[in-house]
Design a binder for this molecule. Structure first.
Ligand SMILES: Cc1cn([C@H]2C[C@H](O)[C@@H](COP(=O)(O)OP(=O)(O)O[C@H]3O[C@@H](C)C(=O)[C@@H](O)[C@H]3O)O2)c(=O)[nH]c1=O
Length: 187
């Protein structure tokens, strides 16, 4: 596995090995020991799988507030996405900064999204499947979001907003500047 810490400390990109042969391939997509070397002990409690029919499906930017805050280990098993995270931890040296990474079935990359980050992705292909592990259970009462089209975030999305498919819920999130963040930066 290749591991790389990205521009925001604590955010990692992992590339598990893929062993190809005439039958196809084998890959360890999660190994608590290997990942634990970078992330410490992990307690994933839920696996999620989302299918998006079309290119341009936008989901996010989402987070769950404490005590249901989630770390997410996200990857793509079919198609591709532009994955984006935003640091929303009050007091963080990188507060408001975002980071984008392409995840695809082809590059087999996984992004570790720590708690305290808002997360979104936009599909780059039709029939994209997005698979992820989370460290806390889903709690609709703790669901939160910020606007994916908040220009102050400076995110370069891969297509114009009018070409995206967005849920009604995701059209109503506040801008980051309007959010009272439930997260504080832990030193
Ligand atoms: C996220 C989630 C949703 N649901 C239900 C609620 C709803 O009826 C339906 C669809 O939910 P959503 O519209 O929130 O799904 P979606 O927009 O795919 O939400 C996801 O977006 C990405 C960007 C993330 O980071 C995830 O943590 C999650 O928030 O699935 C669960 O039952 N469990 C879950 O863990």
């Amino acid at each position: 596995m290749i591991a790389e810490e990205l521009e925001i400390p604590g955010v990692y990109l992992f590339k598990p090995k893929k062993f190809g042969d005439e039958r196809g391939f084998f890959s360890e997509t999660f190994n608590a020991q290997t990942l634990g070397d970078y992330l410490g002990p992990l307690n994933f409690v839920q696996d999620n799988h989302a299918y998006s029919k079309d290119k341009g499906v936008m989901r996010g930017l989402h987070f769950q507030a404490p005590p249901f805050d989630q770390g997410k280990l996200v990857r793509v098993t079919r198609g591709s996405v532009l994955d984006v995270i935003v640091d929303i931890r009050t007091g963080s040296p990188t507060y408001g900064q975002h980071l984008s990474v392409e995840l695809s079935a082809e590059n087999w990359a996984q992004l570790w999204v720590p708690p305290g980050f808002a997360h979104a992705y936009c599909t780059l292909e039709d029939h994209t499947e997005f698979v992820y592990k989370v460290t806390n259970f889903y709690s609709p009462d703790h669901d939160g979001g910020i606007a994916y089209d908040d220009h102050e975030l400076g995110i370069e999305w891969p297509m114009p907003f009018d070409q995206m498919t967005v849920s009604d819920k995701d059209k109503k999130h506040p801008k980051l500047s309007e959010l009272i963040s439930p997260f504080t930066y832990e030193v």
